[in-house]
Design a protein around this ligand. Structure first.
Ligand SMILES: NC(=O)c1ccc[n+]([C@@H]2O[C@H](COP(=O)([O-])OP(=O)(O)OC[C@H]3O[C@@H](n4cnc5c(N)ncnc54)[C@H](O)[C@@H]3O)[C@@H](O)[C@H]2O)c1
Ligand SMILES: [Zn+2]
Length: 671
């Protein structure tokens, strides 16, 4: 093919894909594929300037504005950025601009490169008057109403003094969370998903209905400020001072940035490689800018990019590979997570062999089968995830993966713990997969607070298979010397720390009863409920034999909690005795006024024949509810529980104006 034809064809492709990307927000190529096309064209134009088309898309940024919006010309063009992929690229860039200003000291600002779409905001006397998209760099779409819906964009600048005219440029974007929510809504309506948050943000800004834009909850972060002579120029402190000034006027601060030499910038790039992944929104690099505004002006720009700034781009976090199998992992809370076993693939410098599929619903949504080729992505989480099937794969005839009917760890029943939940869980509370979590809870701050019982140690203890239940740890105290030797033999455990752990266990034996009840990990019993139970039952033995009715008489204990306590006691009938044999003697709460109970402070009398309760039972229930029970009505009596054939006591109570209640009322407390 003629070189000229190849160049024309490349230009045509670049235009087409830019249109799909910038205008339709529906790219068909990956960024890397697109970049390769654009680079080829750019390289050919550089090598053969005589063949270059003066209207080549490489001389423009973005794409022409879409119909439907009024168009606006930018007073100062909105440019793109040159890219760097390595330290060498950055040093070459520095060397290049320094040729134009050899005496200037290289000082820079580093900012995150937020992956959204650029927007130019114009303020007059502190009021937002116009918002325009980048468009093709010269002319963009007027989207002021849409911009007004974005909470991060001040409609009026904060503060008394502001420049006459101010232009603020920055990035409009969508958080990952909102993007996922939007896609769920679109799934539900059968609409196509947004490929990524950037496409979603860009599509949103082009909606003609600003209420709909508001509903999407876009965000905005500024990266440039240009003001007129009514406000002093910060010169050397340029970018740093301008951004600080914008914050004072009410803009949001970039979550990470730095100022300094190129070496400082390189360090920033390194620390942000990981840190940026946890921000909750997408960034695809770091932008390095010459700090000094006067120097920026001297260096100027080409027709497409400024010479005083460069974008360092992190290696792509996505890759494609083949699914070799699907396994199910039981998490610490019993959650079953499908994991894709993959043909090994390099992503951003490490080899990936497994990727999470989150849950059974996600597996179904993706329509994933063993054998499919998929896109995987490394994000803020430890394990990468499968994001989509490679186009065309969905039509292949492969068997659907099976959802496990039983827990792969313990064979126990699996199901959803409540209707709303999308995850399936192992429903066996004693599943060994949950033991680590149970031990960590057992020794945790709010429970027994056993110092030294950290994650690394617990993992080893559980892996040893020596402890089936958290409280089995106390068997180490039977022969303290052997216990210390055992612990000291574990990884990262010195003799001294082993002794400390044993001492902490020893001290835990007499910790308050409420902490013990909490530590056991009875489903639905948190720290507060444990405290109330400890107030009502002076020992584990007493708690173990309590009927549901008695349990429900305790404040804040409803039928669900009561039955959970019963179920736990039934599952471990000998636990109080077992613990006692291990030398465990929880300290009951000091006998106080039982202030927390429903009838605390009441002085009650029972009289007459109650429909179902004997007098003794009614009295016991009253006491359990916190009331003091006496035999005769006096001025001190505050409550009379009366049944059939009540005689003189009822009359006296009525005479004294003491409230009279029946058994149904008493049972209303759960008795
Ligand atoms: N997949 C496709 O088909 C397709 C097509 C066209 C373009 N693209 C992709 O679009 C990108 C090129 O787009 P581009 O020309 O907008 O360039 P760019 O996104 O690489 O960089 C320039 C933009 O970065 C933004 N930016 C974010 N944070 C910034 C900060 N702190 N300071 C300054 N600017 C900041 C600005 O909006 C600026 O316009 C490439 O990644 C390319 O792969 C993909
Ligand atoms: Zn299980």
């Amino acid at each position: 093919m003629e070189l000229r034809d190849r160049m024309r064809e490349l230009a045509e492709q670049v235009r087409r894909h830019r249109y799909r990307y910038y205008v339709l927000d529906a790219p068909v190529l990956s960024d890397a594929q697109y970049d390769a096309l654009e680079r080829e064209l750019r390289d050919l134009e550089a090598a053969h300037p005589e063949l270059a088309d003066p209207n080549s898309p490489t001389r423009r940024v973005g794409a022409p504005p879409v119909e439907g919006f009024e168009k606006r010309r930018h007073a100062i063009p909105m440019l793109s950025l040159d890219n760097a992929y390595s330290e060498a690229d950055l040093r070459a860039w520095e060397a290049k601009w320094r040729k134009l200003a050899p005496e200037a000291e290289p000082r820079y600002a580093a900012e995150l490169k937020v992956d959204g779409l650029s927007l130019s905001l114009r303020y007059e006397k502190g009021e937002l008057v116009e918002a325009v998209t980048r468009g093709d760099g010269e002319t963009g779409e007027l989207v002021t109403e849409n911009a007004r819906t974005i909470a991060d964009i001040p409609k009026v600048l904060r503060g008394h003094t502001v420049p006459e005219r101010l232009t603020v440029r920055g990035e409009v974007f969508l958080s990952r969370k909102r993007w996922e929510e939007l896609n769920r809504e679109r799934d539900a309506r059968g609409e196509p998903r947004f490929a990524n948050p950037r496409n979603a943000a860009s599509g949103t800004m082009k909606l003609l209905d600003s209420q709909a834009v508001y509903d999407r909850r876009l965000s905005f972060l500024p990266w440039q400020a240009i003001w007129d002579e009514t406000w002093p120029s910060p010169h050397e402190a340029g970018q740093a001072a301008a951004m600080a000034q914008l914050e004072e006027w009410g803009f949001t601060r970039m979550p990470a940035r730095d100022f300094g030499s190129l070496d400082d910038m390189l360090r920033f790039i390194e620390t942000q490689a990981e840190a940026r992944l946890t921000l909750g929104f997408d960034t695809d690099g770091v932008v390095i800018k010459v700090l000094d505004f006067a120097l920026q002006e001297r260096l100027g720009e080409t027709d497409r990019v400024p010479r005083w700034a460069i974008a360092f781009k992190y290696p792509a976090l996505q890759a494609t590979t083949t699914v070799l199998g699907i396994t199910w992992q039981v998490g610490r809370t019993g959650k079953l997570t499908p994991v894709a076993e993959l043909e090994a693939v390099e992503v951003a410098g490490s080899t990936v062999r497994r990727a999470t599929l989150h849950n059974a619903d996600e597996l179904a949504r993706l329509g994933l089968r063993v054998g499919h080729r998929v896109f995987i992505e490394k994000g803020g989480e430890v394990i990468p995830k499968v994001v989509a099937l490679v186009p065309g794969e969905a039509t292949r005839d492969l068997p659907a993966p099976e959802i496990p009917a039983a827990c792969p760890e313990c064979g126990g029943e699996v199901g959803k713990s409540d209707e709303e939940e999308v995850a399936i869980r192992c429903l066996n509370p004693e599943c060994p997969a949950k033991l680590t979590a149970r031990v960590l809870h057992f020794g945790g701050r709010p429970a027994l607070d056993i110092e030294g019982l950290g994650e690394a140690l617990v993992d080893q203890l559980v892996a040893s298979g020596r402890f089936a239940q958290p409280w089995d740890l106390f068997t180490l105290l039977r022969e303290p010397r052997l216990g210390v030797a055992y612990l000291a033999g574990l990884e990262r455990m010195a003799e001294k720390s082993a002794q400390n752990v044993l001492a902490a266990l020893d001290a835990a034996r007499r910790k308050p009863l409420s902490r013990w009840i909490h530590a056991l990990g009875i489903p639905m019993v948190g720290a507060r409920t444990a405290e109330l139970l400890a107030e009502a039952f002076p020992s584990l033995e007493a708690l173990w034999v309590a009927e549901e009715a008695r349990l429900q008489a305790v404040e804040e204990v409803g039928p669900k909690v009561a039955s959970a306590v019963r179920a736990f006691a039934t599952l471990h009938p000998d636990l109080p005795a077992q613990l006692a044999a291990l030398g465990i003697a929880p300290t009951p709460p000091a006998q106080r006024d039982r202030g927390g109970l429903p009838l605390s402070g009441e002085v009650a009398v029972v009289t007459g024949t109650l429909p179902t309760l004997s007098r003794e039972e009614a009295e016991a229930l009253l006491k359990q509810l916190g009331a003091k029970v006496t035999g005769s009505v006096s001025a001190k009596t505050t409550l009379l529980v009366a049944g059939e054939k009540a005689g003189s006591k009822l009359a006296k109570a009525e005479a004294l104006g003491i409230p009279v209640r029946d058994e149904a009322w008493l049972r209303g407390f759960g008795g």
